[in-house]
Design a protein around this ligand. Structure first.
Ligand code: ADP
Ligand code: MG
Length: 388
């Protein structure tokens, strides 16, 4: 009953491309590149002003295994070869989704080392921010009693960022949603739906302004019964951290994709990375094919973790005003300078709905969005150039 979907998996991008070109009459081809540069100094050398790339990629030639010990590396489950570059890839499960990192360059051993460290970094972020098992976040929630609690600096910094988006979005994105969100269990079989009185009883625990952060001393104060959940921002943050690690290793071309929350660096064998944004109700259709370079692209929606009961769709994005699944839009795809921000904004837009959501996005510098409203219509913010 509960279905997990993953959007924008690079593995499917190139295979999808040809199929989608012929299939999608409603498909927007969006031109991104100068937006939300991961490495603004480098800009978009590969020409963000092209429409559909003439050649999406060198055909994925099954590479003869590169020489050296790296061929034995169980982390690297795919390698392909192009005239001047090789690509190495690692795929794993984390933060409840499939994660794919790819790095391209000349030296397989270096790429593999970079990928392994990026993966460790992503796992480290999950260990700190998860609500599903013991973690610094869970311990902080359990200890909430209105007095300051010491937490890792990285956690208090991300909470500050989450609270900033909460303020800017008028509380549509709000990490304290978890005060009610904890009552729902979308993973259980059958799923757990809280009673209206349970929801009503916990609603007054929600409110981003109840949280005080002393960033300098890494202390968070929150009232008993209020809980913080970082599920709407931590995946994006993990993507940012993993990409930083790849770049620290000198990687200049690669992609970090956690179930559709992605950051694309440089080019894919000399061409822009091509991302298909799937339709939230029809996985075979794309609402957009997006050639990107140095861009973060994050999608949130009501199709990721959901179940249906008596004709109603219950999903994991909670409207903090009602404590129930949001009814704003089917999906929101956001580009922003970093993936953590894009992640939080995408969740906010899903709560706000297409009109207020896009108004919100228009007010934010360097952020753009494409939304699918509850009728399946695609709308986008003004800064996205579109053509058929
Ligand atoms: P995904 O994690 O599938 O990419 P989102 O980025 O939209 O999807 O995040 C949804 C997650 O965000 C939920 O699983 C929950 O952990 C958290 N969340 C749900 N509602 C809110 C909200 N209103 N504000 C902040 N976080 C939320
Ligand atoms: Mg999000």
């Amino acid at each position: 009953m509960i279905r997990r979907d993953s959007l924008c998996q690079p593995a499917s991008i190139h295979a999808m491309e040809n199929r989608l070109r012929s299939q999608t009459t409603n498909c927007l081809v969006l031109l991104l590149g100068a937006l939300g540069a991961c490495r603004s100094e480098e800009g978009n050398a590969q020409g963000g002003n092209r429409s559909v790339p003439e050649k999406i990629n060198a055909p994925a030639v099954a590479a003869p295994p590169p020489a050296g010990p790296s061929t034995q590396d169980p982390l690297t489950d795919e390698a392909k070869e192009a005239p001047s570059r090789i690509a190495r890839r690692v795929t794993f499960g984390a933060m409840g989704t499939e994660v794919i990192f790819e790095a391209q360059g000349q030296d397989a051993a270096l790429l593999d080392a970079a990928l392994a460290e990026a993966r460790a970094e992503f796992d480290r972020v999950e260990d700190m921010m998860t609500s599903w098992r013991d973690s610094p976040l869970v311990r902080m929630n359990d200890g909430a009693d209105g007095t300051p609690q010491k937490v890792p600096k990285e956690l208090s910094d991300l909470v500050v960022r989450a609270l900033t988006v909460a303020r800017l979005s008028g509380g549509a994105f709000d990490p304290t949603y978890a005060s009610v969100g904890k009552l729902w269990d979308f993973k259980a079989v059958p799923p757990v739906i809280p009673s209206p009185s349970d929801i009503a009883g916990a609603l007054d625990k929600i409110g981003w302004s109840k949280i005080q952060v002393d960033q300098e001393r890494s202390r968070i104060t929150m009232p008993k019964g209020t809980r913080l959940g970082l599920g709407g921002i931590a995946k994006g943050y993990g993507v940012d951290r993993a990409m930083d690690v790849l770049m620290q290793h000198g990687v200049e071309h690669g992609i970090v994709n956690a179930g559709g929350d992605l950051k694309a660096l440089g080019t894919d064998m000399g061409e822009p990375w091509t991302i298909a944004i799937k339709h939230p109700r029809d996985r075979e259709r794309a609402i957009a094919i997006v050639p990107v370079s140095n861009v973060c692209l994050v999608t949130s929606g009501d199709y990721e973790r959901f179940f249906e009961l008596d004709g109603e769709r219950y999903h994991h994005i909670i409207d903090p005003r009602t404590g129930r699944p949001a009814k704003g839009c089917m999906s929101a795809t956001v580009t922003a300078p970093d993936a953590a921000l894009a992640d939080a904004v995408a969740t906010a837009v899903c709560v706000l709905g297409p009109d207020i959501g896009l108004e919100f996005v228009e007010r934010l510098p360097k952020i753009e969005a494409i939304v699918v409203d509850m009728e399946g219509r695609v709308k986008s913010s003004a800064g996205l150039s579109t053509l058929r």
